[in-house]
Design a protein around this ligand. Structure first.
Ligand code: ATP
Length: 245
């Protein structure tokens, strides 16, 4: 059974047709990258999955719940799906450990002791336990993003969405974040959907690559095959451009 299912999904922002008749399914344990030029609808597609954007028409089921149905409790869906944003979205007035323990205590009902134990496990995993008492403003972008990933993992999600997680980072910190993501994909078998411009991550870590342009899915194939031989000219041009330097 697919965990995410798009059927004839359209999304408009006013007159802008951002997603055009999307039909897609995602399976448990898959690592998928969404790639394509700026403005092709990648973030919109990702954000529809956890209800941050509303679809205009069509059907979208996530963990068997109809996302477009106003009776669906979107919080239950979000509990199962972690989200990592480009700009981290950490609470600046809270320390690292407070950021990571907040939702597990409030939403999952963990005691403080349990939440701290869990935070230790995940912050150690992303090599940030030694910074547990630091405030986000005193961390590099890459460190903040690793905390954001630990915060997502601490909710023990069934899937994780990443929206350009390395686009706002200095080049020297990108690799640390990608290594953490690779580790989660390979050791945990986490279901991951990653919007990224990091083609080497797409090629080497993701099982599947979806290439989008102008709100449409142009190619959707195993990453190895896709990068070996993009079939569509638009995909070929894109790949040639991004690997040109
Ligand atoms: N909140 C919004 N209101 C109006 N238009 C929007 C909004 N969000 C996105 N768009 C438009 O929808 C289209 C798809 O945007 P989206 O951010 O999904 O693309 P993307 O492929 O993720 O691009 P990028 O790689 O630049 O982040 C773009 O033309 C964008 O300008």
């Amino acid at each position: 059974m697919s965990i995410i299912e798009f059927k004839n999904v359209n999304k408009y922002y006013g007159k802008m047709h951002a997603l055009k008749n999307i039909n897609l399914t995602f399976e448990e344990g898959e690592v998928t990258t969404l790639i394509g030029p700026s403005g092709s609808g990648k973030s919109t597609l990702l954000r529809c999955i956890n209800g941050l954007e509303k679809i205009t028409d069509g059907h979208l089921h996530v963990f068997e719940r109809d996302i477009a149905d106003s009776n669906t409790d979107i919080r239950l869906v979000r509990q199962k799906i972690g989200m990592v944003f480009q700009h981290f979205e950490l609470y600046p007035h809270m320390t690292v450990i407070q950021n990571v323990t907040l939702a597990p205590m409030r939403v999952l009902g963990l005691s403080e002791k349990e939440a701290i134990e869990s935070a230790e496990r995940y912050l150690t995993r992303v090599n940030m336990w030694d910074k547990k008492d630091a405030y986000p403003d005193n961390l590099s972008g890459g460190q903040k993003q690793r905390v954001a990933i630990a915060r997502g993992l601490a909710m023990t999600p069934d899937a994780m969405l990443f929206d350009e997680p390395t686009s706002a980072l200095d080049p020297e910190t990108i690799v640390d974040v990608l290594d953490v993501m690779k580790d989660i994909a390979q050791k945990d078998g986490m279901t991951m959907i990653v919007v990224t411009h990091e083609m080497n991550f797409a090629r080497e870590v993701a099982n599947r690559t979806i290439f989008m342009k102008d709100g449409e899915i142009i190619e959707d194939r195993p990453s190895e095959e896709f990068f070996e031989n993009p079939k569509d000219e638009r995909a070929r041009n894109f790949i040639n451009q991004v690997f040109a330097y």
